[in-house]
Design a protein around this ligand. Structure first.
Ligand code: HEC
Ligand code: HEC
Ligand code: HEC
Ligand code: HEC
Ligand code: HEC
Ligand code: HEC
Length: 411
């Protein structure tokens, strides 16, 4: 009897307990959700907290996150994301190896719940399954797609025109040669009547053509047209630099950084929500990544030199309002809720930044006439909105809050 009991106990310990434990840890391994709402929640969290260091499919500051759930159990991944430092210093071999490779400590994310981290993983998994649409733009291919294209086009046009002119001249020469050869031939071979001789001796009189009214008329017309076009272009274009895209000391590509790697504009242009100026990033911001990504190249050396000599990189300013005008970024981006694209065009596609808008007074004012004030959730506008709605059915435009007053834009 007691033997049987002991056997049972041994059995229990040997077989049933491990089974029980295994099934228990199986149940604890969380599933990555596939729900669309969760994925979009995760997308937001990823963009706000992880995107400056991670991409789904390519290495950035940290590893590419695709399939991380196959490299380690999901519970491990969640714990690592919450406490990377603790995991690494605890001597976990996988985490230690990662740290050796990346030589940077990922910050703690202990403020996230497990569900929030699972939603991020759900987003990563969803992105992993998507087909790769965008090609990686080649880094450092400065000079820029758009620009090169248009200059190729105008070069081609010029080549065609020059070719046509040369062809015309050749045709003219051949015809003159033919005529003179034929004249000589006819003179030699044929008995000619007086009338025919007179006809042959008739010269093509260049002088009389040049003096003819028709010729003078045509030349004057072309001259006047060209000059007038020049004057009109010049007048309209005074101070307008739309399309201005200067070469920069380092061929920094927005298409690569903001487009392909989806680095948030505010990560580099730190002032857009807080101040008048958007700010151009200092070399130190570049080093957040470039001390571990593509650390050696002639372009990177320029960044290192700037930092060593404690000198700023000499970026060439693209947008230039005259001193008499006042423009404030935070007013438009933070308060007005406008996107950068409204004024700067599709920066994410630009290898070289170019001035997208006119930046004239008329441009500012047109937009102030057309754009509704973003008054939602802004107590400051409540009173104004009430006043406005009491005597107008139209939505409140920037014009209605004083956006056309000279002193708002001029010092
Ligand atoms: C400041 C940069 C930084 C931020 C922000 C960051 N990480 Fe990391 N992450 C790293 C680095 C670097 C590593 C490599 C491990 C190490 O050295 O700490 C890493 C490693 C990881 C790993 C392990 C990858 C593998 O291949 O096993 C996961 C998972 C991860 N990060 C997820 C996240 C998530 C999710 C977020 C956002 C909530 C995030 N990270 C935010 C830098 C960052
Ligand atoms: C990794 C850093 C980085 C990111 C991210 C970034 N920029 Fe820039 N940006 C720069 C640097 C450096 C310059 C100066 C060199 C140049 O003009 O290319 C610049 C220049 C500009 C300029 C022209 C400034 C001038 O001289 O008038 C605009 C406009 C601009 N960025 C808008 C954006 C927008 C919009 C985004 C997001 C879609 C963005 N940037 C993302 C680094 C960045
Ligand atoms: C958030 C990370 C990040 C930041 C910040 C960043 N870069 Fe990059 N940069 C990258 C990545 C990723 C690549 C692509 C590297 C590759 O393909 O090997 C890259 C490539 C480049 C290249 C092309 C490579 C070469 O050697 O020609 C240049 C130039 C460059 N970056 C300049 C800058 C400058 C200047 C700044 C600061 C204004 C900056 N980067 C800030 C991530 C970053
Ligand atoms: C309502 C139009 C408008 C919007 C929206 C806007 N900008 Fe600008 N931006 C301008 C004008 C105008 C200038 C020229 C300012 C000057 O010369 O004083 C400028 C200049 C800049 C510059 C050059 C440096 C500086 O501070 O003058 C950068 C960088 C820049 N913008 C980035 C951005 C980014 C990033 C966003 C989005 C977060 C953005 N801008 C949104 C109109 C706009
Ligand atoms: C794409 C549309 C757009 C363009 C272009 C634009 N603005 Fe604005 N602007 C707005 C909006 C929207 C507001 C209202 C923001 C708010 O709610 O306070 C605003 C507000 C302002 C204000 C504050 C007005 C007030 O009464 O409080 C000033 C000043 C201003 N803009 C100057 C400029 C200047 C200067 C330019 C041209 C260089 C310009 N804006 C171009 C949309 C634009
Ligand atoms: C929404 C902003 C805005 C308002 C309102 C505004 N201006 Fe301007 N103004 C500008 C900007 C921006 C420029 C610079 C344009 C340029 O360089 O082409 C400018 C330029 C000018 C110039 C110089 C002309 C030139 O071509 O250099 C004069 C003069 C001027 N404004 C007068 C006025 C007067 C008077 C008012 C009021 C009736 C007024 N502005 C209202 C934005 C504004």
């Amino acid at each position: 009897m007691s033997k049987l009991f002991i056997k049972l106990k041994v059995n229990l310990i040997l077989y049933i307990l491990p089974l029980f434990l295994a099934s228990q840890s199986f149940a604890q391994e969380p599933e990555i959700p596939t729900d669309a709402a969760v994925i979009s929640e995760g997308a937001k969290l990823f963009k706000g907290n992880c995107a400056q260091c991670h991409n789904v499919k390519t290495r950035l500051v940290g590893p590419a996150l695709q399939n991380v759930w196959e490299r380690q159990p999901v519970s491990w991944v969640i714990n690592f994301i919450k406490y990377p430092e603790k995991t690494i210093t605890s001597g976990d071999p996988y985490a230690t190896a990662l740290y050796e490779e990346y030589k940077q400590m990922m910050p703690n994310h202990d403020f996230f719940s497990d569900e929030e981290i699972l939603s991020i993983l759900a987003y990563v998994k969803d992105e992993t399954n998507k087909e790769d649409v965008a090609d990686v733009p080649t880094p450092g291919s400065g000079g820029g797609g758009q620009e090169v294209e248009s200059s190729v086009n105008s070069d081609l046009l010029l080549a065609i025109v020059v070719g046509l002119v040369i062809l015309l001249i050749i045709i003219l020469i051949v015809m003159v040669l033919l005529v003179s050869a034929l004249t000589r031939y006819i003179r030699k071979e044929k008995e000619l009547t007086e009338e025919e001789k007179e006809f042959l001796d008739q010269r093509f009189d260049v002088g009389s053509v040049l003096k003819s009214k028709a010729f003078i008329g045509i030349v004057t017309f072309i001259f006047v047209a060209v000059v007038a076009q020049g004057i009109v272009d010049g007048l309209l274009g005074i101070g307008v630099q739309q399309g201005y895209a200067p070469d920069q000391p380092i061929p920094f590509s927005h298409k690569l950084h903001a487009g392909y790697y989806e680095i948030d504009c505010k990560y580099c242009h730190t002032g857009v929500e807080k101040s008048k100026n958007a700010n151009i990033p200092s070399a130190n911001i570049c080093m957040n990544c470039h001390n571990s990504i593509r650390t050696t190249s002639p372009e990177m050396n320029k960044i290192y030199t700037a930092i060593e000599n404690n000198e700023p990189i000499q970026w060439v300013r693209v947008h230039n309002l005259p001193d008499l005008a006042y423009f404030n970024h935070s007013q438009h981006v933070k308060v007005g809720g406008l996107d950068c694209e409204n004024c700067h065009g599709d920066i994410k596609e630009m290898e070289v930044v170019q001035q997208h808008s006119l930046l004239t007074m008329g441009w500012c004012i047109d937009c102030h006439r057309e754009t509704d004030v973003n008054a939602k959730g802004n107590d400051y506008y409540d009173k104004l909105l009430q006043l406005h709605e009491s005597d107008s059915k139209e939505p409140m435009k920037v014009e209605d809050i004083g956006g056309l007053e000279c002193s708002k834009c001029h010092y």
